[in-house]
Structures are given as structure tokens and as C-alpha cells.
Design a protein around this ligand. Structure first.
Ligand code: FES
Length: 141
């Protein structure tokens, strides 16, 4: 099943939205990470929180500096979503937690399709999506 999210131009880099297709009542979050689109189920695998309503940010990581001292650095800005309930952090691109865990949130393929291709999709014709301006975001559910 395909679900039309809306114009790709309305979701600029660094932004996200949550849509509610009939088959996924908890919703699906759609994210633009540096011009690439990703979709995650809006249900946190920890305790079911509305994951995709969380803050999108980076994360801190430890590294040993040139002086041999341990230091923290900020990395992957805009690639991590933090669940609003207990702040578990997930990679938007993979749906995996950033800490060692088997927990993972379900992802969905996102296509960016031009207007003429969108019409053919609505008619049930299979096509190969391409990235263009004035295109529409479509997720496969
Ligand atoms: S429900 Fe998301 S971190 Fe607990």
C-alpha cells in the first residue's frame, strides 16, 4: 500500500512530520535528513511512546584527544530522534537505538516522485521513482 505524504518541498532539510495512514493508527514519522527522506513508525519500542514527535538532534560521543584526555564531542547532528517519553535515542536512517540493543523501530521506504509519476502510481502502474523538485513524498506501508 502506498500513502501520499505531500509535497517534498514542504519538508525541508531538518524537518519532520507525522502522518496517519489508516493501517498505521499510531502514525508514521517522515524525516528529511540532509535532503534524504526516511520514515519510521511513530511507536517507540521501549514503552510505546510517540517516538517521531521527539526532538531531532545529534548525540555526544567520547573520544581520546591528542593530549590523551577523554573528551566528549557532538556528532551526527540532525540524524538522531529522541523519544519524548524516556529519551531513548534512535538513528533516523536505520531505526536502531544508538546504544547497544536489539531494540529497533520499524522503517518504511520513502519515494520522491514527480507529478506525472504520482498519477501513474495512483493508477497502479509500477514506476521507478526519481528525485526532483516539485515532487511528492510517497511511503510504502
Ligand atoms: S517509550 Fe520511548 S523511551 Fe520509553
Amino acid at each position: 500500500m502506498r500513502y501520499v505524504v505531500g509535497p517534498a518541498a514542504e519538508l525541508p532539510p531538518g524537518s519532520s512530520t507525522v502522518v496517519y495512514p489508516d493501517r498505521v493508527t499510531s502514525g508514521i514519522g517522515v524525516f528529511n535528513v540532509d535532503g534524504e527522506f526516511y520514515a519510521l513508525k511513530n511507536t517507540c519500542p521501549h514503552m510505546g511512546g510517540p517516538l517521531c514527535k521527539g526532538t531531532v538532534r545529534g548525540t555526544s560521543a567520547a573520544e581520546v584527544g591528542d593530549d590523551g584526555e577523554l573528551a566528549m564531542r557532538w556528532e551526527r547532528d540532525g540524524e538522531i530522534v529522541s523519544c519524548p517519553w524516556h529519551h531513548w535515542e534512535f538513528e533516523i536512517k536505520t531505526g536502531r537505538t544508538i546504544f547497544t540493543s536489539r531494540q529497533r523501530v520499524r522503517g518504511y521506504p520513502v519515494s520522491v516522485v514527480p507529478p506525472d509519476v504520482l498519477e501513474r502510481l495512483r493508477e497502479g502502474v509500477e514506476t521507478i521513482p526519481v528525485s526532483v523538485e516539485d515532487a511528492t513524498l510517497v511511503i510504502e506501508i
